[in-house]
Design a binder for this molecule. Sequence first.
Ligand code: CUA
Length: 162
Amino acid sequence: KYEKIWLLFGIGSLVVFLLVLGYGAFWQGTHPQSHGITIDPNNIESNEAFKPENLGLTQVEEDKYILNIAASAFYYDLGKDEDGNAVRHIRVPKGSTVLFQVASKDVVHGFNVAGTNVNMMVEPGYISSLETVMKNPGTYTIVCNEYCGIGHHMMYATLEVY
Ligand code: CUA
């Protein structure tokens, strides 16, 4: 009789443990890295970081940069260069600390700097942010890795560490 109770208790604990584990994985896998920073997806420009003039790369200290990106189907807006052309290529010196901040104007997008630890889900309503040191020189492709519609594969840009 006691054996049965202990067996049930054991199975019960195991189920609870698996639920907690599953919930934790689900939570981490489906929420942006920065919690609690909300933004109006219909008006991301209301946030200073996502005003058109603040999009793209900004140097804030000798070796520190902020990269603000507005994601929408099917485009990463990295601001404009001096000639008014859309920026598609970002360059930072080796060893730079880069704070990536990405917001979506419409649906869920991904933001993955292929070959680095920069990999975020960009949910409308939240600012996804991640700070990292770009240690290895090279040209990295920034890709959307959440299926967002017919032009999903066209969402990319490049990041060069020199
Ligand atoms: Cu944006 Cu896939």
